[in-house]
Ligand binder design. Sequence first.
Ligand code: ZN
Ligand code: ZN
Length: 151
Amino acid sequence: MARPKKERIVYQPPLYADFKPQGVQARGLSCISLELDEFEAIRLADYNEMDHAEAANEMGISRSTFTRLIEQARKKIAQFVVEGRLLHIGGGNIHFHGNVIRCKTCGHMFNIQFDDDFTICPACGSGDLIDLAGGFGHGRCCREYNQDNRR
Ligand SMILES: [Zn+2]
Ligand SMILES: [Zn+2]
């Protein structure tokens, strides 16, 4: 039996999952799916300008896997801007290291660990909060993953 692929670590959920060119209807545009591990490769290497070996280590993957991952990711983002398509971020064999909460009332975003309890926005006191990891179908699985893989 094939060994299941090991989960890749994504530091925290992306702030937005869906992107669309302005001035055209979404209907009729085909969607590009950027997986969460591909997003993380772009964030680490291109946005944070991290060395590829270091970025691979952050994600818990080999350097050659990282190279393949970022090449795929760049290709998809290039198609998105050149062809004007929809881009959706989601999926991938990953768990988040930490979570981000967005306040629906004031827009404030704050980082939490999966062990932390959160009930109100530290900026405005509202209880109307969005759990970004939850929006990507993660949460409890990441908490368990982090507990099993404490670094
Ligand atoms: Zn708030
Ligand atoms: Zn998870």
